[in-house]
Design a protein around this ligand. Structure first.
Ligand SMILES: [Zn+2]
Length: 65
């Protein structure tokens, strides 16, 4: 499984985090920034999404340069 849950003893807060990338064979280290891997190694197409440049006319009206 690529997702694990960690419970903080002091607060009882449960946090979920990825231990492996769902799009490639990359295993994350404990303190590695997950967002940075996705930002540098993948594109929206890897998740079956439309690239931002093709969704400029979306209902959100995201402005793109
Ligand atoms: Zn990956």
């Amino acid at each position: 499984m690529t997702l694990e849950q960690y419970e903080y003893d002091a607060t009882g807060v449960v946090q979920s985090r990825l231990v492996a990338c769902p799009f490639c064979a990359h295993d994350f280290t404990d303190y590695e920034a997950r967002w940075e891997h996705f930002y540098t190694e993948h594109t929206p197409k890897d998740a079956g999404l439309t690239p931002l440049t093709e969704s400029a006319s979306s209902p959100r009206g995201v402005a793109l340069d």
